[in-house]
Design a protein around this ligand. Sequence first.
Ligand SMILES: NC(=O)c1ccc[n+]([C@@H]2O[C@H](COP(=O)([O-])OP(=O)(O)OC[C@H]3O[C@@H](n4cnc5c(N)ncnc54)[C@H](OP(=O)(O)O)[C@@H]3O)[C@@H](O)[C@H]2O)c1
Length: 298
Amino acid sequence: MQQHHSVKILVTGANGQLGTELHAVLEATMPGISTYTTKETLDVTDREATKRFIADGEYTHIINCAAYTSVDRAEVEPALCLKVNSEGVGNLASVAYENGIKIIHISTDYVFDGSSCRPYQEADKVNPTSTYGTSKRKGEMVLLSLCPDAIILRTSWLYSPHGRNFVKTMLRASVEHKNVNIICDQVGTPTSAKDLAAAISTIIQAKQWVPGIYHFSDEGVCSWYDFAKAIFRLAGVKSCTVTPISTDDYNTENTTAAIRPPYSVLDKQRIKKTYGLTIPHWEESLSECIETLRHSRY
Ligand SMILES: NC(=O)c1ccc[n+]([C@@H]2O[C@H](COP(=O)([O-])OP(=O)(O)OC[C@H]3O[C@@H](n4cnc5c(N)ncnc54)[C@H](OP(=O)(O)O)[C@@H]3O)[C@@H](O)[C@H]2O)c1
């Protein structure tokens, strides 16, 4: 384990789903050594401000949780999406390079087109089908070109008790509607932001820093339809049904929807072997999130 006193971490986008969970896990495992910034306190698209903020801070690590994550909205405002997910990453990367800071950056399963019929490995061919996916791939490339020592974690279908996500959308829908139509022909893996945050904490505390791209999601596989059914079952929802629909039917009603990969299961062997991780099944982590949400409004 590294000496904690020699580690100083900057977390960007700390108000988001992952940033919030990371705050909790870092303060529990390595208290008092991290700085948490939001869009208001550190806008990563502001090159000069980012440079000033980081150059003065004597950070050893940056964990970049800042991102533009509205996949459908990105299709109508591509410039902002690209600015945050590519230019913003470039700004962090150049300051990190100049100051010898290690970066952990988060990317997405949406860099793939979904034509695979086995879980995606890190070296598999990328081919994003959406503006969001393209912007995230550009972010990966700009980061690796400036900081070959960086670690990139590609994750999928992130949710948490905080922020906007499918779990909370379904729970809200369950009180507002008698039925929801959910896509059954897109398959992937839901990932609890808490599990990803724990993996990041493990990487920072590990003896070895092994750069490169890693895939991380929870264990198991499901469709959005299965995910919705599990949410309702675990939350005890009885008053709302879930109807499986095809992507084609969904897109006929939602003409501005981004094109998503039909299959985006990630192969996690590399991260599990390198960092000795045991990852929970998605239903176990979902159950924990729903338990937390039971005591709050969604
Ligand atoms: N959500 C998913 O399903 C999913 C799936 C795969 C990969 N990922 C990746 O996982 C990472 C974490 O996602 P998440 O779900 O935690 O995202 P999130 O909840 O949307 O959080 C992103 C945070 O970044 C902030 N932000 C936006 N623009 C910024 C800027 N210019 N400077 C600084 N901060 C800025 C956002 O602030 P505002 O909310 O005020 O804009 C928000 O607090 C992202 O890299 C995302 O691409 C997410």
